[in-house]
Design a binder for this molecule. Structure first.
Ligand code: RP5
Ligand code: MG
Ligand code: MG
Length: 280
């Protein structure tokens, strides 16, 4: 496994908190490091006990780690994680910060990332071939996150008890189609079209840890990323893209290695490009 990098970003997102600097060779918990003195931080909005967050670990709250705990899945795609003094340990190692930061759950926080793609075509509908790689170019629906301004896949958290297939379609609808604010007259028609796009399982691109800047020593992101590809491009191109919820902007973006994306999202797109024999 490549050591996480964004999970060690110097400044913790949405705060003025600085992480304890962790050099590459001290990331793994197996490396003895008595001087390690991480900063403890849990964001005020998480401590307010919203529905999506756990309470603080203590006598009245002892979740079942490494298990499906009621409706909350606390299992990790990375295998069994260690729990020390009642707190789960990040399977990828140190992040320079303890507590939950902005994340609601102790341990894994499960998300889903829908990657909706089409081929880039010219006016006559022919695929555009990249001059260097000589491969056709894929495009995906990208959103600009309101929290950090970075471009990203329109993904989101799996609600307690929710099927991942439902999360994929729901988050795409909320962030890329603004489904929460679509006028009632158009709602049914848009819902019908998205449901058709998401009716196939999609191609499962990735399942596991996400190198997310919000990760901490005790809370981290994991995801299932799935690709929904429209070979003809006609039906996805008719989807009315409107940014909603935690997305500030939405548009079709060419898939290529130089485009900077949030967390590990660029890696997921690389896997899509490889699978579809597209330019990267
Ligand atoms: C990333 O955070 C995941 O890959 C997913 O895209 C996203 C989920 O968090 P929110 O968009 O709900 O903030 O780690
Ligand atoms: Mg969302
Ligand atoms: Mg989101």
């Amino acid at each position: 496994k490549v050591p996480h990098v964004k999970s060690r970003c110097p400044q913790y997102p949405g705060s003025s908190i600085k992480r304890f600097p962790v050099p590459d060779d001290k990331v793994g918990w197996g490396q003895k490091w008595p001087q390690y003195d991480p900063v403890s931080y849990t964001a005020p909005e998480v401590l307010k006990k919203p529905a999506w967050a756990d309470p603080d670990v203590g006598s009245s709250f002892s979740p079942k780690f490494n298990a499906v705990d009621g409706a909350v899945d606390r299992t990790s795609f990375e295998g069994s994680y260690r729990v020390e003094n009642g707190k789960p340990l990040n399977p990828l190692g140190r992040t320079g910060l303890t507590g939950r930061g902005l994340l609601g759950r102790w341990g894994p926080n499960h998300a889903a990332d829908p990657i909706v793609t089409r081929w880039k075509v010219d006016k006559s509908g022919a695929k555009i071939i990249h001059s260097v790689s000589k491969l056709p170019i894929l495009q995906f629906v990208a959103i600009r996150r309101k929290d950090c301004g970075e471009w990203a896949i329109p993904g989101g958290m799996v609600d307690p008890g929710e099927q991942v297939s439902v999360t994929l379609q729901r988050e795409f609808s909320e962030e890329a189609l603004n489904s929460l604010a679509v006028p009632p007259a158009e709602k049914a028609e848009i819902h019908k079209r998205v449901t058709k796009l998401f009716q196939s399982q999609g191609f499962q691109v990735y399942k596991g840890y996400v190198d997310d800047p919000r990760n901490t020593d005790n809370a981290w992101m994991e995801t299932i990323a799935a690709n929904f590809h429209n070979e003809a491009g006609d039906s996805v191109s008719r989807l009315p893209l409107h940014a909603g919820d935690d997305a500030g902007q939405v548009q079709w973006v060419d898939i290529e290695s130089s485009f900077t994306l949030y967390a590990s999202h660029s890696h997921f797109l690389q896997l899509v490009a490889k699978e579809r024999k597209a330019h990267w």
